[in-house]
Design a protein around this ligand. Structure first.
Ligand SMILES: *Cc1c(COP(=O)(O)O)cnc(C)c1O
Length: 241
């Protein structure tokens, strides 16, 4: 009766999409000579309803990413009420210091630490919240145009050191988005170099968050441990989503 279909239809659609993405990840790992369990699939659920997060949880996905603190908070509340509580929440958006408190209280992994001021704000907020927050340094891989967030590769060692020294933050690794119009292979190869340098200074910081719907294969080939997949799993977002 309803043109929008039922919750069961949506769950079936998500199950099919998840199976297709999983097949891509399996093939990419095989091509790269990597074990499937070296790579985590993180569902980027921004703009999609909490019901989708709940469906993905029942389909076995445990990692969820959002890019806006307020939207993430509302979705977490809805998931909690729906009983979907054993999820790891990732924050992947540009983060203003005035949202650091909310993010430190509610998220588990912050992928987008790109300046020292943010390290200070997150550390104070995590201390207040009595939490320990895993953090990744977001690297700007744009060659000449300063992109949408991310620290220049030359700034990464100092940021990594600041995170590592913060008592309530844990330096977990690095994150990047392949610049628009770039060759993802070339971009993720550069990220791998930055990631290796961070690991030399901080052996525990092994996470490499890279790869989205369009370029996850290239990311796996260059050592990604966390793929952030939105549209391939959930369908197309409304414009400006
Ligand atoms: C939206 C988003 C993604 C997912 O992109 P898709 O193309 O939908 O897979 C990954 N990373 C970040 C930082 C995002 O904002």
């Amino acid at each position: 009766m309803s043109a929008a279909g039922t919750a069961g239809d949506r769950r079936d659609e998500l199950a099919l999409r998840l199976r297709a993405v999983e097949a891509r990840v399996v093939a990419a790992c095989a091509a790269a000579g990597r074990a499937r369990d070296e790579v985590s699939l993180v569902a980027v659920t921004k703009t999609f309803p909490a019901a989708d997060v709940v469906h993905l949880g029942t389909l076995g996905l445990r990692d969820v990413a959002e890019n806006r603190a307020d939207e993430a908070y509302a979705k977490q509340e809805a998931c909690r009420i729906a009983g979907a509580v054993d999820l790891t929440w990732h924050f992947v958006g540009q983060l203003q210091t005035n949202k650091a408190g909310l993010v430190a209280q509610r998220m588990d992994v912050v992928h987008s630490v790109d300046r020292e001021k943010l390290v200070g704000a997150l550390e104070r907020a995590a201390e207040r919240a009595g939490r320990r927050l895993r953090c990744l340094v977001q690297v700007d891989l744009g060659l000449d145009d300063p992109g949408r967030g991310g620290a220049a590769p030359s700034e990464v060692p100092a940021l990594a050191a600041a995170l590592s020294a913060a008592g309530h933050l844990e330096l977990a690794g690095v994150m990047a988005v392949a610049p628009l119009g770039s060759d993802p292979d070339e971009a993720f190869a550069r990220l791998a170099t930055v990631a290796a340098a961070v690991r030399r200074d901080h052996p525990g910081a092994g996470l490499v968050s890279a790869g989205m719907s369009a370029d996850l294969e290239a990311a796996v080939a260059h050592g990604a441990t966390h793929l952030r997949v939105g549209r391939a799993l959930l369908g197309s977002r409304p414009p400006l989503g």
